[in-house]
Design a protein around this ligand. Structure first.
Ligand code: 13P
Length: 222
């Protein structure tokens, strides 16, 4: 069987609800359907519920994810979004993104707690690492390698180097890991990344915001 390819849109802090729905109405009908192609959109929390409804109504081959979740369960945690509540809306969660580590002092310990919450609630954690030194615990099965220099710069890592990093991670932590690459991925370079034997797809920021470009990226994965 061919390997899974994950194409995951990380919108970061972008798009109003109206803009988000416009994106879904354009992307949904254009997405290719293939068993091993897993397409996920991760909008802001404020858009999740509307997006989830639009995807269900359109019956689009699109999963919905979040960009974070609480390290705690339900209860007195003002401002937090608990996995136990989010599970109604999402099936994937991006955890430990470098922007959260940098701007919100997120630590490896916090990421581990978030992963635990996600798993207890049947949400697939996608753990972001910045390089081979970020700890990968036993539960982390879906990883995004996102070198800081490549994020939002238009200066991606080479597919060869991303593959070497992924290979090292698999040799260290297990061949069952699925490793995505993230950093300046576009429709022009996605094919060169997924062609690499140890890369299982991409986590995409800027290029995921444009509906046409995002559909183009998914079609490059066929
Ligand atoms: P860009 O695709 O904008 O470089 O962002 C990468 C990223 O941080 C995805 O999580």
């Amino acid at each position: 069987m061919s390997k899974n390819i994950w194409i995951i849109a990380n919108w970061k802090s972008n798009k109003t609800i109206a803009e988000a729905l416009d994106w879904v109405s354009k992307v949904g009908p254009g997405l290719p359907e293939k068993d091993n192609l897993k397409v996920v959109v991760c909008p802001t929390f404020s858009c999740l519920s509307e997006i989830k409804k639009a995807v269900e109504v359109g019956n689009f081959p699109l999963m919905v994810g979040s960009q974070d979740l609480s390290p705690f369960g339900v209860g007195a945690y003002t401002g937090e979004e608990s996995a136990a509540l989010l599970k109604e809306l999402i099936s994937v969660s991006i955890l430990g993104h470098s922007e959260r580590r940098q701007n919100f002092s997120e630590t490896d310990e916090m990421v581990a707690k978030k992963v635990e919450q996600a798993m207890q609630n049947n949400i697939t954690p996608l753990v972001c690492i910045q390089g081979p030194d970020t700890p990968v615990l036993e539960d982390y099965k879906l990883i995004a390698y996102e070198p800081i220099f490549a994020i939002g710069t238009g200066n991606p890592d080479t597919p060869e180097n991303a593959n070497t990093v992924a290979e090292k991670l698999k040799n260290k932590y297990g061949q069952d890991l699925e490793i995505l690459y993230g950093g300046s991925v576009t429709s022009s370079n996605i094919a060169s990344f997924i062609r690499e034997p140890n890369i299982n797809g991409a986590l995409i920021g800027n290029a995921s915001l444009d509906a046409e470009e995002f559909v183009k990226i998914t079609k490059e994965c066929l």
